[in-house]
Design a protein around this ligand. Structure first.
Ligand code: GLN
Length: 489
């Protein structure tokens, strides 16, 4: 029997030594996923038969001594924002209902080239706009720690499935926090890599200057491995970084003796729930015990991050979403003329939050308001980048909570968009600056017994330092491998 809480790296060893086959491993994750689906609603389109076929092919390759990678045969799942050849891809929107892409996203293709069987496509907030999963056009995933609560968003399905042991790892996207925040709320690891490290080709666009493919896993090492498989230059994405990619696992065990870690003055005190503060303060002490030097740093522009993000992201979204006209993709409303058809398609096909963003973005970009809103937001973005550059002169990494609260109740924030937007207060500056960030579990809140995430932020292309610190923390803490690190589901 394969234990579905086993990290992917260990499953790789088990396959190499002949203790488990890819088919056994894949079947175990399928069965676990099926057993928990009623509670978490993670799947939009399972592809279980295909996954078993792919696992058998991996076993054949291994028998012939032709394994494609150390993890050839270990299955994964994708947020439905990635296009998958021959498999419906909706980005959580009814407007794409019925659309079957003719090609694979680069991330999908590269994972397939490494031999990873695809378990299926997972639920998400519509077009990745949201922080709870509730904006999905197809239901909404739930948190495996408490089915009355949200898993976070917008990568709601992947976070819920990995946290419930239904997949060892999965791909989401993080535009303003959509992988780190749900990882924190579900008690798993989520990584937002440097902008441009992973190709955006075939990722259904939300805000193109911020969108970044981002892995979920149960351990830091697994997250680093999954990221490694997909990154590297892609000529199909002009923003993909042409540099050679470092080996993220090389030196991951080196510890953090002497590393300088800054805690953000402006994020101390008010803002986060007391239970979140308690666990994050303990995490800082643990980092110090492991040899890091903790210093207080000031990032004054961070408090404007949310305001700038909610102008820049909707502005880009309003342009990106213009392509859904009922002619080329998915849903088409019946009508006698094209103007009525397009307007009815968009009226019926988009949900409320997406319409709100299109209106906000169009307004922010319109003549007469452009300088006052969009232009100003871009200037704040420059200030955030400058503040971070100054901070990195003093410290190697920045630490803060990932989310100000633990998982909230379904329905609690749906009537108040601003309350929902504030979920991203600690994550959006990282996207605006194009830096890297990771959320790693730091225990359960004493207030409500729900997971809390510690965020570590690194300068662009310094993922290795970030992984090294997160790995040292995770190993010393030992929570994820303990019974306490598993949801009661
Ligand atoms: N919650 C944020 C938003 O709604 C971030 C989303 C994301 O990272 N995709 O825009």
């Amino acid at each position: 029997m394969v234990d579905t809480w086993t990290p992917a790296a260990e499953l790789g060893h088990a396959m190499a030594s002949g203790d488990a086959s890819a088919e056994e491993i894949t079947t175990a994750f399928i069965e676990r996923g099926q057993a928990v689906e009623e509670g978490i609603h993670a799947y939009l389109a399972p592809t279980f038969e295909r996954a078993v076929d792919e696992a058998r092919a991996a076993d054949d390759r291994r028998t012939r001594g032709e394994a494609l990678s150390a993890v050839d045969g270990i299955p994964l799942a994708f947020k439905d924002v990635f296009v998958t050849k021959g498999v419906p891809s909706t980005s959580g929107s009814r407007i794409l209902d019925g659309w079957v892409p003719p090609y694979d996203a680069t991330v999908v293709a590269r994972c397939s080239e490494a031999g990873l069987p695809m378990l299926g496509k997972l639920d998400m907030d519509e077009f990745a706009m949201g922080s709870s999963g509730e904006n999905s056009g197809f239901g909404g995933a739930r948190n495996p720690w408490d089915a009355e609560r949200v898993p976070g968003g917008s990568s709601s399905g992947p976070a819920a499935l990995v946290a419930a042991g239904g997949a060892p790892w999965a791909w989401g996207t993080d535009t303003g926090g959509s992988v780190r925040q749900p990882a924190a709320l579900c008690g798993i690891v989520g990584v937002k890599p440097t902008y441009g490290l992973v190709s955006r080709y075939g990722m259904i666009a939300f805000a193109s200057s911020l969108d970044q493919a981002s892995p979920f896993a149960r351990t830091v090492e697994d997250a680093a491995m999954l990221l490694q498989l997909a990154c590297g230059h892609d000529p199909m994405d002009s923003t993909s970084i042409p540099d050679e990619v470092p080996d993220f696992l090389d030196g991951i065990d080196a510890g953090i003796e002497g590393m300088r870690i800054g805690v953000v003055k402006e994020f101390q005190g008010e803002g986060a729930q007391p239970g979140v503060r308690t666990r994050v303060d303990e995490a800082y002490k643990r980092l110090e015990k492991l040899g890091a030097k903790i210093e207080e740093i000031s990032l004054p522009s961070f408090e404007y991050g949310i305001s700038a993000y909610y102008l820049i992201a909707p502005a880009e979204a309003s342009a990106n979403l213009a392509r859904y006209d009922g002619v080329r993709y998915g849903y088409r409303a019946p009508a006698d003329d094209i103007v009525t058809m397009t307007s009815h398609t968009r009226e019926d096909g988009f949900g409320d939050e997406v319409k709100r963003r299109i209106m906000l973005g169009t307004y922010a970009l319109s003549a007469g308001y452009y300088d006052a809103y969009y232009g100003k937001a871009l200037r704040v973005r420059s200030l955030i980048i400058r503040d971070l550059e100054k901070a990195y002169e003093k410290v190697d990494l920045i630490a803060c909570p990932t989310s100000p609260t633990t998982a909230f109740k379904v329905g609690e924030r749906t009537a108040d968009p601003l309350a929902m937007y504030l979920s991203d207060i600690y994550t959006v500056p990282v996207n605006l600056a194009g830096n890297a960030g990771i959320s790693v579990p730091c225990g359960l809140s004493p207030d409500d017994g729900l997971p809390v995430g510690l965020q570590l932020i690194a300068k662009a292309l310094d993922e290795r330092t970030m992984f090294r610190a997160a790995h040292a923390f995770e190993r010393d803490f030992g929570w994820i491998s303990s019974a306490e690190g598993r949801p009661p589901l």
